[in-house]
Design a protein around this ligand. Structure first.
Ligand SMILES: [Zn+2]
Ligand SMILES: [Zn+2]
Length: 261
């Protein structure tokens, strides 16, 4: 049985938990050890049963909990070479159980096959993940500035999609507290995905087998969960796919169990 939870998502920390029954994985580890332990406990997951963490890129909101792996040596850490080097620079150490992957080169952990694919974002070599398990496909891309044809290709035919819907462009442009340089960074090709761009992508890849869309990395001051959801739903309705449920992952709360199959 495939079980999936977003343990939390946003600019203050990101982590996803996936269990196939046989294999248990984290995707990103952006909460400190104490937070992460609490969130895992909330869903009844035991760190001693987790096999690996997949790291998408080296930004602190995705690797803050790397130290957790020093206390739980059963958890291997998977990243590409450049991200691993950047993690080492950022954290001053690398986990003992580090395994390197290459983008576009699928690998297996237990009964899960993972295909990391390149995304455009202002990190050294960021990736999204195409994950195959129990005959299902889950696609995850939480930090990306634009949708490339590779992203579209890797995310299509999914049973569950976890995609960034970071900001509403109007709210971001009119935000009085953010300097223009930061707005430019977020809006740029290697920044973060807007609600509209997330909605367009979701509508393009929607199909009858898509069970759930989860919106992630939602900005706290340049977006609202309701706005992200309604914008993506608008695009799904245009594609005559309005029956597909859209959930919004929160920063401070663990999600409900996410239907995948
Ligand atoms: Zn990032
Ligand atoms: Zn991030």
């Amino acid at each position: 049985m495939t079980e999936l939870w977003v343990l939390g998502s946003g600019s203050a920390g990101n982590a996803i938990y996936l269990s196939t029954g046989e294999t248990r994985l984290l995707i990103d580890i952006g909460f400190g050890p104490r937070q992460l332990s609490q969130r895992l406990e909330q869903i009844g997951a035991n760190p001693a049963d987790i096999h690996a963490v997949l790291v998408s890129h080296e930004h602190s909101d995705h690797i803050r909990g790397l130290k957790f792996l020093n206390y739980h040596r059963n958890i291997s850490c998977y990243a590409n070479r450049q991200t691993a080097e950047a993690m080492n620079q950022a954290c001053g150490f690398l986990p003992e159980g580090l395994r390197l992957f290459s983008n576009g080169d699928p690998f297996s952990i237990g009964d899960v096959t993972i295909n990391p694919f390149s995304v455009v974002h202002d990190a050294i070599d960021p990736v999204g993940f195409e994950i195959l398990c129990n005959g299902l496909k889950i696609a995850v891309a939480t930090d990306l500035g634009c949708v490339t044809s590779l992203v579209r290709e890797r995310m299509k035919d999914s049973n569950c999609v976890i995609i960034e819907a970071n900001h509403d462009e109007g709210l971001l442009k009119n935000n009085l507290h953010r300097p223009w340089s930061l707005k430019q960074r977020i809006l740029g090709r290697s920044g973060h995905l807007s609600n509209e761009n997330a909605g367009r992508l979701v509508a393009e890849i929607a199909h009858e087998g898509l069970r759930t869309v989860v919106l992630a990395h939602v900005s706290r001051d340049c977006n609202t969960p309701a706005l992200a959801k309604s914008t993506v739903e608008k695009h799904l309705a245009k594609a005559r796919m309005s029956h597909i449920p859209v959930l919004v992952a929160k920063q401070n709360e663990v999600s409900d169990s996410i239907p995948v199959g």
